[in-house]
Each structure stands twice: as structure tokens, then as C-alpha cells.
Design a binder for this molecule. Structure first.
Ligand SMILES: [Cu+2]
Length: 138
């Protein structure tokens, strides 16, 4: 009787494992750009392909952008000069530029485990608070 039940239970566990693996392989994170902050739907994701749904919800009627930097520095303590973060001094993964007021853009990156800073690097915007941290775990 036990033998009859063992196999279907094993098969179910394997199926569940495959389902959860597939769900974290392509994760979506919402990023809401405000004039003095960037709000993420989550600050922790698993390594793999991450899709960022970026929405410009700032009330200053300006274009915004989102730059993804891999760095161990706190997102609020990046090197800055003349109102802009020095992207070239950091490990830049990529960016999505020129998001018009009220508009959204989506972009996907394959992210390795580590600490990331997500910033808007339009002049002055980083200093105004447009940054957020994202941690990618193995
Ligand atoms: Cu900005």
C-alpha cells in the first residue's frame, strides 16, 4: 500500500520544484520613478533574468532614466561630480533612457549575485534622491 503512494508523491514534488524554478528564472520588478526617490516592488531577487518595469511617475514633467550599476557601495554613497554619478567608475550593467512623463518602459538584464544600485542620472536627480538598492542572491 505504501509503495503505491510513494511514486505519485515523488512525481508531484519534482513537478513543484520545476514550477518554482521556472517562476524565478524570469522575475519582474516594478520601478516607480519619483522626483525624489525610486520605489522598487522588491529589493531582493534571485540571480537570473530580471525584467524591470520602469514607470516615470515624477511630478516634475521631466524625462527620467534608470541606470543599473553593480557595486558594493550603498546606493546613496556613489561617486558624484557636477551633479552626476560617475558611471564609468562603476560596473554599469545597462540602462533605460528617456522615459517621458507618465510613460513606462521595460528592460531585461541577466543579473549575477551581488549588490546593485539603480539610479536616475539626469543632472541633479541622483542627489535629489533618485536611487534604490537591489540585492541579487544566488
Ligand atoms: Cu530622474
Amino acid at each position: 500500500m505504501y509503495a503505491t503512494y510513494r511514486f505519485p508523491i515523488l512525481a508531484t514534488l519534482i513537478a513543484l520544484g520545476m514550477t518554482s524554478h521556472a517562476s524565478w528564472a524570469d522575475q519582474t520588478v516594478s520601478a516607480t520613478l519619483l522626483s525624489n526617490s525610486i520605489e522598487l516592488g522588491t529589493h531582493n531577487v534571485k540571480a537570473g533574468r530580471i525584467t524591470l518595469e520602469v514607470r516615470n511617475a515624477a511630478d516634475n514633467n521631466m524625462e527620467q532614466e534608470l541606470v543599473v550599476l553593480k557595486t558594493d557601495l550603498p546606493d546613496g554613497a556613489l561617486p558624484i561630480s557636477k551633479g552626476e554619478v560617475l558611471e564609468r567608475r562603476l560596473n554599469k550593467i545597462g540602462e533605460v533612457e528617456d522615459i517621458a512623463p507618465g510613460k513606462s518602459k521595460r528592460v531585461s538584464f541577466k543579473l549575477a549575485p551581488g549588490h546593485y544600485a539603480l539610479i536616475c542620472n539626469k543632472p541633479g536627480h541622483y542627489a535629489a534622491g533618485m536611487h534604490a538598492a537591489l540585492v541579487v542572491t544566488p
